[in-house]
Design a protein around this ligand. Structure first.
Ligand SMILES: Nc1ncnc2c1ncn2[C@@H]1O[C@H](COP(=O)(O)OP(=O)(O)OP(=O)(O)O)[C@@H](O)[C@H]1O
Ligand code: SF4
Ligand SMILES: [Mg+2]
Length: 332
């Protein structure tokens, strides 16, 4: 196979993003790399502030610059570099090839227009459809995301929908143009648990149906279980560990991942006492030396504060950025 002819669907390599602030720089993303394959669900997991949303916005090309600045790396869609494309060409990708679902549907949708108008506008602007046809497509989409009385509800404004239904509208907007890549940034955190499960099921079904690649961003291990094919664990704006989902759960190779797993109740372990990770995530304006996790790491040794650990492959497709990844993975 000629690899040049078959690049991954989405390839993020060594991506770095800084914010210029008074007195210095906030290093929100620090050399993040991952790939997403066709039809795959990749979960990006990390604590609040680990750079998940900033990285996603850099991939989408929607960071406000300034204050944000992409200081390095590349974002390729089927081999084509997106960083540095002129805004006019970049815009053609958004919605059409890559689209994004945001955590807060209410602020992402326009409060002034009905959802029918907002959906129909996508088809009119991007597909050149006439009014009637665009309206029909909007109704189909609302049905597809299982909004009851879809056609009638086209005339409602975003605030007239419940949180869960509004998130469905947002999913409909994101999927309208059948993108190749869908980035879902904490799509269910604002919802209650039952509705969360319904929305995750819907996303998984639609992803299957449309064969798109999905990047699912969350800080909730519970959301990831059963949905993700692979998981990238982010810490301080970089990859701490990446692995097929089952392998990551069964045998983590990074002490941070092990800590995350120990901090959630698991039915297979009979619930049991929880052990939250001690300490707070690092301040991206003043990152620790060496391994960014060392001030909180129960395994840390002198080398950890001195040297940045490389990403070590412990099994095929399973790698961790830890000086002791092999031992952690081996259970020592
Ligand atoms: N406009 C900005 N100016 C300065 N710093 C910013 C700005 N936007 C984000 N940051 C910083 O970048 C870091 C990463 O933020 P980001 O929103 O990506 O985190 P996150 O992983 O998505 O967290 P959460 O789970 O809370 O959504 C944070 O420390 C944040 O304070
Ligand atoms: S490199 Fe050291 S501090 Fe970092 S995770 Fe591994 S053991 Fe812990
Ligand atoms: Mg976020």
């Amino acid at each position: 196979m000629d690899l040049e002819k078959d690049p991954p669907l989405l390839e993020v390599a060594d991506l770095s993003v800084e914010f210029a602030v008074r007195g210095g720089a906030v290093r929100a993303v620090n050399g993040l790399s991952y790939t997403l394959r066709e039809g795959e669900t990749l979960a990006i997991l990390g604590e609040s502030g680990s750079g998940k949303s900033v990285a996603a916005q850099a991939v989408m090309g929607i960071l406000d610059s300034p204050p944000a600045r992409v200081t390095g790396g590349s974002v390729r869609l089927r081999g084509e570099e997106l960083l540095g494309l002129p805004e006019r060409r970049r815009r053609a990708y958004r919605g059409d090839r890559v689209s994004m679902i945001f955590q807060d549907a209410l602020s992402a949708l326009n409060p002034v227009f009905t959802v029918g108008d907002q959906l129909a506008e996508m088809f009119r602007a991007h597909r050149g459809m006439r009014r009637r046809e665009a309206r029909d497509r909007a109704a189909e989409l609302m049905e597809r995301v299982r909004i009851p009385s879809a056609r009638r509800r086209l005339g409602d404004h975003p605030h007239q929908f419940s949180g869960g239904m509004r998130q469905r509208v947002m999913i409909a907007m994101a999927l309208a143009l059948e993108p190749d890549v869908l980035i879902a940034d904490e799509p269910t955190t604002a919802l209650d648990v039952t509705v969360q499960a319904q929305i995750m099921r819907l996303l998984a079904d639609l992803q299957d149906e449309l064969r798109m690649g999905m990047v699912l961003i969350t800080h909730d291990l519970g959301v990831v279980a059963g949905v993700a094919d692979r998981i990238v664990v982010m810490y301080a704006g970089a990859v701490a560990e990446q692995a097929p989902a089952a392998a990551l759960y069964a045998r983590p190779a990074h002490p941070y991942t092990a800590g995350l797993l120990a901090s959630v109740p698991r039915i297979d372990r009979g619930g049991g006492a929880l052990h939250p990770i001690k300490g707070a995530p690092p301040d991206p304006a003043a990152l620790p030396s060496g391994c960014p996790f060392h001030p909180r790491c129960p395994r840390a040794e002198a080398v950890c504060a001195a040297e940045v650990p490389p990403l070590v492959e412990v099994a095929p497709g399973h790698a961790a950025a830890c000086h002791f990844a092999e031992e952690v993975h081996g259970g020592n």
